[in-house]
Write a protein that binds this ligand. Sequence first.
Ligand code: GTP
Length: 360
Amino acid sequence: MTEAILLVGGKGTRLRPMTVHTPKPMVPAAGVPFLTHQLARARAAGVEHIVLATSYLAEVFEPYFGDGSSLGLHIEYVTEREPLGTGGAIRNVASRLRSGPDEPVLIFNGDILTGLDIPALVDTHETSGADVSLHLTRVEDPRAFGLVPTDPTGRVTAFLEKPQTPEEIVTDQINAGAYVFRRSVIDTIPTGRPVSVERETFPELLATGAHLQGMVDSTYWLDLGTPQAFVRGSADLVLGRAPSPAVPGRRGDRLVLAGATVAEDAKLTGGTVIGTGATVAEGARIDGSVVLDGALVEAGAVVTDSLIGAGARVGARTVLHGAVIGDGARVGADNELRDGVRVWCGARLPDGAVRFSSDQ
Ligand code: GTP
């Protein structure tokens, strides 16, 4: 049986709500909690058993996903008392694994949206005989990432911290957050304390002569670390750029969920999602954005690359560009909010309170 560990905990995950007090993996992307896409992709790749390693209460996930049978999976939940880091979280669920010592176990970071060819990564692992195999992706600007150079056969030669100078940029390959571990390697991770795979486990394995194999796969890849990236990811799922069997309905310019009301002359483009019970009034234009359940976008509002939280209200003619409006917040008419601004949950902004462009 193929099995996988999905990492969905960590220190920052709950403390940096995007709009909501919901942990990020449960915020809807293309109409379903983000985690659904990863679970469905794993299932489609032949995974049957998934252990969700989390450091928040399993109550967050379990009522929605249950035992996983609706997705054709068997899901178990393990909650850390204190966040154990990526490596610590993997080690902490070892007793739930059913694979034999030499069998492959897949591991996925829970905050990545990717079109990775999962069977190809397992195949690379098996044909190379590696101890650990990693999905590597190429990025244009590697300065914000730890680098993973490989030799001509794809064997990893180092794990380098974020480069500080141009000379330190020796490759554009970075760790893309999906691994295959030989099961017995998981048992060598220390127990009972936080461990980072990238900073501790992988460098130590290299130092002891273990075989770490990289597979560069330049498919769709997006780290959903920021709300803006999350909005992008949701739109790409709707547009079909990011593949997922869990997107409800057909791929296209928009996804309007059951129970939403959209005025006839409103324009929805760029993979916009309108949540259940949300209302979009006359003449509103919404592009590449997420409007969560029960939100209201009033007449003539222009919304681009933005997230509007559940039950929030965006006033008439207001312009949002790269904005995050928290759940239940009220932005009055004739405002202009841009460039990463976040209006906190429940906050109130009067009519005409904020502008960026001139008053003409
Ligand atoms: P470390 O390697 O532990 O230092 O974490 P990191 O900061 O390199 O990891 P990052 O924040 O990029 O998180 C990668 C994935 O692991 C995300 O999906 C996180 O939700 C998850 N994650 C990070 N830390 C923890 C943790 O302590 N426990 C669990 N269960 N998951 C974690």
